[in-house]
Design a protein around this ligand. Structure first.
Ligand code: URA
Length: 239
């Protein structure tokens, strides 16, 4: 048994203080009955409704996956291709936060915490995502300066937070460019490079906010620590 305000806070619906306010205002029901006293204890099986919204009391799970190539960012695929969810054995209904293309690799968050997922994906959140792109040709100022100044996507000017030329392979005629963006438009990175006449050969997301892949091998995952989860909540709720 846990205190009601703690359970509400753990669901991600609201902070514990806000949950206390909601209880005192009579906006919380437990098994159909309004509860206004703080400190009431509830069980996992109790039905909690906050301001008309049923709370999912399923225990929340948070994963960071190093997505390999050739895996679809979805919970299921009509063509029966492998999905990112297939890579994480759990009985919880987790789903990816945002998406990476079939051929894109790297950092992807998965969770069954809809509140956090929605907050992370909301355009106003401005969560920084860092990509490493292998592009065809020698990236030069004439490509990178216009990229740094911003390109038009879907009728909107998109300015990267950072662009760094990491490496040039003169023999193979390829370049590695690190690009940091905070939006999540469809195929955004590939389309941004296309605008400056650079073709992306390989793309990897190396960082989401403060979360880096470190030594996580391709196809592997790890659970986020409670500290990382609360740091993510702090990040998105500050906006
Ligand atoms: N931008 C892309 O073009 N593809 C991805 O998978 C992610 C960002």
């Amino acid at each position: 048994m846990e205190r009601l305000q703690k359970v509400i806070a753990q669901s991600g619906y609201a902070s514990r203080r806000k949950a206390e306010e909601l209880i005192q205002k009579g906006l919380v029901q437990v098994n159909g009955e309004v509860v206004t006293t703080l400190g009431v204890k509830v069980a996992k099986t109790d039905e909690i409704v906050v301001d008309g919204v049923a709370l999912s009391t399923e225990e929340k799970e948070y994963y960071l996956l190093n997505k390999p190539r050739g895996v679809i960012t979805s919970t299921k695929d009509e063509k029966n291709r492998k999905t990112v969810v297939d890579l994480i054995p759990t009985d919880k209904r987790i789903y990816p936060v945002g998406r990476l293309d079939y051929d894109t690799t790297g950092a992807l968050l998965l969770t069954n915490d809809g509140t956090l997922a929605n907050l992370l994906m909301h355009p106003s959140t401005h969560l920084e995502k860092v990509y490493l792109a292998k592009v065809k040709g020698i990236a030069k100022g004439e490509n990178l300066v216009p990229l740094k100044n911003g390109v038009m996507l879907d009728g909107e000017k998109v300015i990267p937070d950072r662009v760094k030329l990491r490496k040039v392979d003169k023999e193979k005629e390829t370049s590695m460019v690190e690009l940091t963006i905070h939006e999540g438009k469809n195929h955004q990175v590939k389309r941004m490079f296309e605008q400056v006449h650079l073709e992306v050969l390989k793309l990897k997301r190396i960082q989401i906010g403060f979360l880096t892949l470190d030594k996580l091998p391709s196809g592997s995952y790890r659970k986020l620590t409670p500290k990382e989860v609360s740091k993510l909540y702090n990040l998105v709720q500050k906006k």
